[in-house]
Ligand binder design. Structure first.
Ligand SMILES: NC(=O)c1ccc[n+]([C@@H]2O[C@H](COP(=O)([O-])OP(=O)(O)OC[C@H]3O[C@@H](n4cnc5c(N)ncnc54)[C@H](O)[C@@H]3O)[C@@H](O)[C@H]2O)c1
Length: 322
């Protein structure tokens, strides 16, 4: 069987490593790249056993090194699709220093597109985010606007979407822009569940929570995110395909996550809220997604936002000793 080759950027990260496993299970040859700034080799333990996987510890922004590596790895079967997930996922770090999202969130997209043009790769799947919308009072639809992000991260993801659109006019044949909500599950490298567990490991008596706990967002389990992305890739065949991906049933408050993490990891720990309606500068404290477009195409998740959170807490749990 001739295997289709694909390239995953951010392959050692939380979502990227799960995606690598799924693409290998589908019978693809997968080339993964990650600079290991946030990702971990251990996330790729399973994939490393597979002869159809190869990994480069590379910075995507190093155009020459990436080109060399990709050429070496794909002599037998040229790459058909890039799954571009490399980015800064620490939104707070990007708030403190705008350079972080310029380099990791925008320039990675710019360089990936340059590499795709040089290598003649026709298809791009891009990990975008609800943060491109900014703050709105309505459930976010794919055509909600105007688009004024409130974080550097959201701004650089929006700029990435824009440059992908322009590339479609020049050389790219097809693109899928997937706007993720908050994604949870095993191998997490960041996010509320991860942060709370880390804090409780350091101090099992008290959990500090940024904001007043009323922030409320939709959470999707990583397994369902990947189901949706693969479904979109298989079933949405426009030149530019752009979709929100989210659970159907509501959203979960930060307070509910904090209480569930404490119940599971350090029963009896005190929860201390730092106060104020948002966690940090650039945070959109509450949003809802309208997922009608994806549902009309034929895909819906099974888990509610609360169920995804509960499952992810179990998956990320290691005993917190007092
Ligand atoms: N997790 C979420 O809730 C969420 C929500 C919306 C969008 N996203 C997007 O999904 C994608 C994956 O996020 P994640 O949660 O798995 O985060 P992650 O930090 O675990 O994964 C991103 C990976 O990219 C790598 N990386 C960063 N800059 C790089 C560079 N210049 N060259 C090579 N590798 C580089 C990091 O080392 C990391 O492993 C990101 O694009 C993120 O913006 C995630």
């Amino acid at each position: 069987m001739k295997r289709a080759s694909c390239w995953v950027t951010g392959a050692a990260g939380f979502i990227g490593s799960h995606l690598v496993d799924r693409l290998l299970a589908r019978g693809h040859r997968v080339v993964g790249v990650d600079n290991l700034v946030l990702g971990r080799r251990s996330n790729l333990m399973q994939a490393m056993q597979n002869p159809h996987f190869s990994f480069g510890a590379l910075d995507v922004n190093d155009y020459e090194a990436s080109l060399r590596f990709l050429r070496e790895q794909t002599t037998a079967a040229p790459i058909q699709t890039v799954w571009h997930l490399a980015a800064n996922s620490d939104i707070q770090a990007g708030g403190r220093d705008p350079d972080v999202d310029l380099r990791l969130t925008f320039l990675t997209t710019y360089q990936v597109l340059r590499l795709m043009q040089t290598l003649g790769i026709p298809h791009l799947v891009f990990a975008s985010t609800s943060a491109i919308y900014g703050a709105h009072d309505v459930a976010l639809k794919e055509d909600t606007g105007p688009l004024f992000p409130v974080s550097n991260y959201g701004a650089m993801k929006l700029a990435s979407e824009a440059i992908i659109s322009a590339a479609l006019e020049r050389f790219l044949q097809r693109a899928w822009i997937c706007r993720f909500p908050n994604v949870v599950g095993s191998r997490a490298t960041h996010g509320a569940i991860y942060d709370f567990l880390q804090k409780l490991r350091a101090n099992p008596a008290e959990l500090e929570v940024l904001g007043d706990g009323t922030q409320e967002k939709p959470y999707l389990h990583v397994s369902e995110l990947l189901d949706a992305m693969l479904f979109l890739f298989d079933h949405s065949q426009d030149r530019l395909n752009f979709y929100n991906i989210a659970p159907e049933a509501g959203a979960t408050t930060v307070r509910a996550i904090a209480e569930a993490v404490v119940r599971a990891a350090a029963p009896g720990a005190r929860i201390r809220y730092t106060g104020g309606p948002r966690g940090w500068i650039g945070d959109v404290p509450r949003f809802r997604y309208c997922t009608e477009k994806l549902k009309n195409l034929g895909w819906s998740p099974q888990l509610s936002s609360d169920e995804a959170v509960e499952r992810a807490i179990r998956e990320n749990l290691q005993p917190v000793s007092r």
